[in-house]
Design a protein. Sequence first.
Length: 136
Amino acid sequence: MAKYAIVCVLLLVTGFFLFRRRSPEAKLRELEREGTVFQTRLQGKSVAFLVSNCSVYLLDPSGRKVKRTKVLKPGFYLGFTTCTGQSIRAEGEFVLVTLENRAVGAGGGNTSGGFYRSRDGVTWEKKMGNHWDVIQ
């Protein structure tokens, strides 16, 4: 009889963890161990981003799992690189991102990345001198 009670308890606990409904906020909090999770409003809509290893992901926590769409990364560099800095913040109608990627080895002086902004989290512009160019 005790054997059946243990099996029932194990089934109930397993079922709880398999079928529990976590809130979108709880799902986003779990991603914080992977990088910076940033939430803001753009064009009247709530949006969430994950900045991790010099890449920016647009997050959709509404499903069973958080859907990630990579929306920004530094330009291509031939060779090994490492992320030396990254940040994200909101300013006015834009979300602003800084990505700093540096080449590894032989001096490591070449960098890619820069300053980026977006009004919607999908279309991004890169600061080039005194103006902003849309990234294709």
